[in-house]
Design a protein around this ligand. Sequence first.
Ligand code: MCN
Length: 788
Amino acid sequence: MTDQGIGKPVRRKEDFRFITGNGHYTDDINRPKQTHAYFLRSPHAHARIRAIDTKAALAAPGVVAIFTGKDIAADKLGGLICGWTVHSKDGSPMKVGAHPALALDTVRYVGDHVAMIVAETHAEAKSASELIEVDYEPLPAVVALADCQKPGAPQVHPEASRNTCFEWELGNKAETEAAFAKAAKIVKLDLVNNRLIPNAMEPRAAIGEYDKGTGGYTLHTTSQNPHVARLVLSAFVGVAPEHKLRVIAPDVGGGFGSKIFIYAEETACVWAAAKVGRPIKWTAERSESFLADAHGRDHLSHAELALDANGKFLGLRVKTIANLGAYLSTFSSAVPTYLYGTLLSGQYDLPAIYVEVDGVYTHTAPVDAYRGAGRPEATFLIERIVETAARETGLDPAEIRRRNFIRSFPHQTPVIMNYDTGNYEASLDKAMEIIDAKGFAARKAEAARRGRLRGLGYSTYIEACGIAPSAAVGSLGAGVGLWESAEVRVNPTGNIEVLTGSHSHGQGHETTFAQLVSSRLGVPIDQIEIVHGDTDKVQFGMGTYGSRSGAVGMSAISKALDKVEAKAKKIAAHLMEAAAEDIVFENGKFTVQGTDKSLTWPEVSLAAYTAHGFPSSEIEPGLKESAFYDPANFTFPAGCHICEVEIDPDTGVPEIVNFVAVDDFGTVINPMIVEGQVHGGIAQGVGQALLEHGVYDTESGQLVTGSYMDYCMPRADNLPSFRLGFTTTVCPSNPLGMKGCGEAGAIASPPAIINAVTDALGVREIEMPATPARIWQTLQMKPRAAAE
Ligand code: MCN
């Protein structure tokens, strides 16, 4: 056994290249004879394009070519797709508006793609874009979520009347109504889940190339799932046949969901490379990222919780309007439906749930998955209404949760999910102990003496991740299977290459995946290479999102390792003239049970390739195995986050003085990496709860928060030192017992923070982000509200 195996806090081996400037990101790559692209974007939220005059721009210095929607249409390319079909209550499929990579005759949001200018340099392409004359006929736009379904509202797509893409429902309406009819108490809450703009450190980038000799295309791009990109670009958009398209996602500097999708710019770069006969490179400027990366969240909800006289939950009903933006992005329909409604049972034994979601179009950037994707919205809703119920019934917030926790597993919720395992009380107890919940009253009193308002907020969350099995997601409308694949190649010298369909863009896979192999084969991690992100190298893969790479991707590796081990034992048995059943493989050594005969890992690896004397009918030469793995169920990470805030009533400035997260991620491969994932997720949750808000001007549809001057990202001094703890229930749905950890922080933390802020202020509600201005305003309104 190496000291780098499962459970060890091994330092991330990829970090050396990242922190010494030796990473290879898409923008670091330059191809011979490369040109540069710039995209002319719509300044209008909604307008008809009467004409585009590119003459002057084409004559500008350095310009190689200019393409518009008409050129793409002339090539009969398909539009950008949404890969998940959702059906409305009446059984009709969602209403999909056309989404050409470059706008054809209408632009539908500020930032929509109008023309692609290809020039010798980025600066030349950009300045030529100013010479393009677009004759726009501005049209009225619908921007506010609350307005878009009103009669007479401007229409985003002719296919979707009332701008409604789908009217989805889940759960049993009649049973839920019956539960409400017998309730002793009904708690009602209106909630806004604020729009967020993802801000990965590396903006999106692409280099499209075409090889005239082979007819092959190559796309280097900042993707979380290069095989899916290749599939969509070939099968649906029709850029090139799948076997003639290579997609490479090299080092990628964060994605948080926003790099799952197949966007216009990457599509146009690879398509146009054949037209100009030279590689085309594009790297987003940060302000383009604000405008045109898919945004996250943006829900308006009304929720009602029915309780009996003992504080036991009887039923939950929810109506949500979910903003999809101007076009359906790659997975956008799944986020406010199957990734949201299915988690509304939370950690609670809730006998009846009925949820309705209207997915609506507005003249804003597309909205799709962003760290947590649907599950933060569900957790925010359930944890806010449970907290409100505690306050309105006079029950302690921990006590009302305890009264309603699910305690036996497996547990079938009324909203599809079947929770496999968990121990919610254990994580609540541990979090309360770490934060010293008992001492809170004294701390509050002490803060009051200093003129500060102190509050405590709980969030006992659950999420579903892994985003698999294929049969389950297929039955819910996914257009793809959601398994994962792996290949383990043992070289003759004993070192190992693992080809995985997962993609690492900050999650430390090169370390944790190698730790798994090290544990199993007894080989140090520096002799193990994790290969990912290249469709020409890796057999296939569904990529990284939904915190699936551990539970699904590593399980595929584990399955391939089973095969490698079985074959290596067979070879060792042959070499030592023993039966394969008698070979024990431990710590990288093959021993014939009960003897001192043994062989080392390198000896067996070498023998696999020399293959001298192998009985050819029984043992093939070589040691290389692959596997596709489809799990039995989602995984259900759960836990308890508790936040303690202090507010300065004079300025409204909140300070998180204490934040405890106790999570159950099943078997943990690398506790240091997992803690880092939790820290990052909480930082994003703090951003959503207190700072970040994507705001459009409701009249003009201009993005008001289009730069870091207006969009407030969390900084180090907004964050406390998090205190973490773990509880463990081993996941029975995959061979490693793992549950995903990548999104938990972003899912769990916002309600804990808002529950703490409302507790400190002594108010029922405050909208996210609870900025100092909003908090101060709430405090000023409070005496008035109390008097009314
Ligand atoms: N891990 C572990 N033990 C567990 C679970 C996970 O050691 N029980 C390790 C895994 O081996 C992996 C890491 O923790 O190295 C995260 O694993 P997992 O939870 O499976 O999540 P994924 O690797 O699939 O990553 C996706 C997830 C998502 S959905 C978003 S969004 C997100 C996130 O990860 N985006 C990130 N974390 C991010 N971190 C960075 N730095 N950048 C992003 O873009």
